[in-house]
Design a protein around this ligand. Sequence first.
Ligand SMILES: [Fe+2]
Length: 232
Amino acid sequence: MSTQKMQAQTDSVQQKFFAEFNRSVEALIERSSFFNKWKPGKIDSAVADKFLANFNVLVGSFPGLIALGVSRSEDEDMRAVLAVNLYQECGEGDVSRTHHAIYRKFLATAGVDPNKAPPENFTSEWRSSLRGFINGTPSSAAALGALATGEFLAPPGLTRIFDVIKPLYPTADIEYFTTHLALEVEHIEEMAMLLSRQVQGGVTSEEVVEGFEFGIDTWETYFENLSRYLFN
Ligand SMILES: [Fe+2]
């Protein structure tokens, strides 16, 4: 096959992943009871504080999950893309600039104490579900698919969440939801390109989709539990 033809095939696989995965996260948001209740003017600062404190646990879990993906990588391409992603999450070596530090800066300037969140266990269930799958699946492409779910979900999900809470914290430093989120949008493109190269290299789309769908199920369970936690 010519290089040009291979490139064209990779591009179309990339577009397919990009479109399908975006559709899938949009559908999750549409049917989610959390997102259906999370509407402008409907959320008071007590509920918003509780959400933000809970989400702190997730933000702190992302680097470890990406690192698990790195450990599952069987080829250099997947390892390199995930390693760059991990490096960025870790503030490119500057511990005061990790994405978790940027998120904690939002919390501090918004006056939210993450240690005041009422106890729950669905967040650790979310983490162990993803950890278990990424570690345990025989297919490293499926592990990659499960990591891709969070990447695809972050920009549309966090944008909707932030639009609602922004007026509640007028003096907060919002870098996490602006500049940082723009970086996450770039990750979606990179992830779709990586997935298409994996398929070009011999993994099946089904493996990738299986992992992605597992991710969707895990995130959906998280949001349903979150909805009960916040609104009941
Ligand atoms: Fe991040």
